[in-house]
Each structure stands twice: as C-alpha cells, then as structure tokens.
Design a protein around this ligand. Structure first.
Ligand code: NAD
Length: 238
C-alpha cells in the first residue's frame, strides 16, 4: 500500500490487518502518523510494517518491495494509493504543479507496479489495485493535472491487465468520488455546499467505504475481475 499514513490508505491498511493480512505501507515524511497507524493495528492478527519511501522514487519502490518480500515473506497484492492534488485553472497553472502531480500520482503508479510485478509473474499470482478517481472519468474544474493522472491510471490498469492476465495477476482501479479525508479539507469552503448537493446520496463517502472495495478486489472472491474500474461515488458520476 502506498501512502498509508492517513485517509483512504490508512483505512485500507487497518481493514486488511483486521482481516488477518500482513500489510506494509509507505509514507512520505510524517513518521508520527505512520507510527500511529501501526499502533492502531496492534491487536489485529495481521502484522503492519511502515516504510518511509517517496512514491516518485523508483529505487525506493524497488527496495520497499524487497523489504516486503524479506520481512513479510512475499507480496500478494499492491495498492497504489499515494496521490496529491494541486488544483488551479490551467491558464494559471505553474509547470511545477503539473510535474509534481504527474510525478506522485502517475510515475508513482509505474514505480510500484513495475517493482512488484516481476515477483508476481514468477509466482503466477498477484493483485494490483490503483486508487484512481471519478475526476479521471468525468473531469473536474481546476483539476486538469490531477484528472490527467487519474485517467492515466485507468488506461494503465486496462493495458497492464491484458499483459499480466495470463500469469494469474489481476489489475483493477477504484474510482472514489468525494471522500472525507485531508484532500476534501483542501476544497474551499464556499465550494463544498455545491459539491454535496451534486452527490445523489447526499453525503461524502468515508475512507472505510473505499477500503472495503479495495479489500474486495484483493480477495479471492474478485479473481475473475480484471481491467475494471469500481466507482465508489454515491452516484456522483452516474
Ligand atoms: P490523503 O492526502 O489523506 O492521503 C494521501 C496519502 O498519500 C498520505 O498517506 C500521504 O503521505 C501519501 N503521499 C502523498 N504523496 C506521497 C509521496 N510523494 N510519496 C509517498 N506517499 C505520498 O489523501 P486521500 O484522500 O486518502 O487520497 C488517497 C488516494 O485516493 C489518492 O490517490 C487520491 O487521489 C485518491 N482519491 C481521493 C479522493 C478523496 O475525495 N479523498 C477522491 C478520489 C480519489
């Protein structure tokens, strides 16, 4: 799991550990938040391992995957979740904001899938789940950089699923709508009411609701699902 220190990543780490899986997660810098996730999982049957690694760094992804093999005895699935937003109309968007969002969200996707897939091919089994967004399906005002990465992840998932299906590996995406995490806190208050009004079920999603969908895609029950995008958005994009 990349980006497991808070939000959807944290909820997924805890849901998997509670279900008895050993889970490793990466975080970028907040050691205290990472430690807190490990503490929250104490008492669960699964082991939880926190690894400091920047999603943008391929060498760090390779060594994180090696640590998982060494310390947890193998890697059954990878969840590519680390993501950032830097919203602004394109006409005002600095080149750096484009580059940063591509580097974390899309290069990070390559890094962890690439680092994990070789071992999965060798094992003839594996699960890859990308945390995309409805922003990649419908587009969102001011998110041209973010939407490009989230649509990119969906293309990535569809292509890779064709490459690795013959090796027993599934590759899917989840596409959350508006979920109540730190990303939501970055949305200006004057825009929040309009967003809530556009969600048919009339509320934000919870990180645990996305975690449950990810856990399902990682489970044996989802063995025949690949190249798919599971939308979790309270009806927003339908
Ligand atoms: P969040 O900001 O609460 O958490 C993001 C996580 O990613 C954190 O653990 C952070 O440390 C990690 N991260 C960020 N940059 C990193 C880097 N360079 N290297 C390593 N880790 C890094 O966000 P969230 O809302 O939990 O979002 C998680 C994923 O879900 C993202 O990919 C986001 O695009 C996607 N998503 C979120 C929403 C939403 O409404 N919250 C909706 C759709 C999709």
């Amino acid at each position: 799991m990349t980006g497991g220190s808070r939000g959807i990543g944290r909820a997924t780490v805890l849901a998997l550990a509670e279900a008895g899986a050993d889970v490793a997660f990466t975080y970028s810098s907040n050691e205290e938040a990472a430690h807190d996730v490990c503490k929250a999982a104490e008492g669960y049957s699964g082991k939880v391992l926190a690894i400091q690694a920047n999603a943008e760094d391929f060498a760090a992804a390779k060594s994180a995957v090696e640590r998982v093999h060494d310390e947890l005895g193998g890697l059954d699935g990878v969840v590519i979740n680390a993501g950032i937003t830097k919203d602004r109309p394109l006409v005002m968007m600095p080149e750096g904001d484009w580059d940063d969002v591509i580097a974390t969200n899309l290069k990070g996707t390559f890094n962890y899938a690439r680092a994990a897939v070789y071992g999965m091919i060798r094992e003839r089994s594996g699960r890859i789940v990308c945390v995309s967004s409805v922003s990649g399906l419908t587009g969102v005002l001011g998110q041209s950089n973010y939407s490009a990465t989230k649509a990119g992840q969906i293309g990535f998932v569809r292509s890779l699923s064709k490459e690795v299906g013959p090796y027993g590996i599934t590759v899917n995406a989840v596409a959350p709508g508006f979920i109540e995490t730190d990303i939501w806190e970055q949305i200006p208050e004057n825009k929040r009411e309009g967003i809530l009004a556009s969600i048919p079920v009339g509320r934000l999603g919870q990180a645990q609701e996305v975690a449950a969908a990810i856990r399902y895609l990682l489970s044996p029950d989802a063995a025949y699902i690949t190249g798919s995008v599971l939308v979790i958005d309270g009806g927003l994009s339908s």
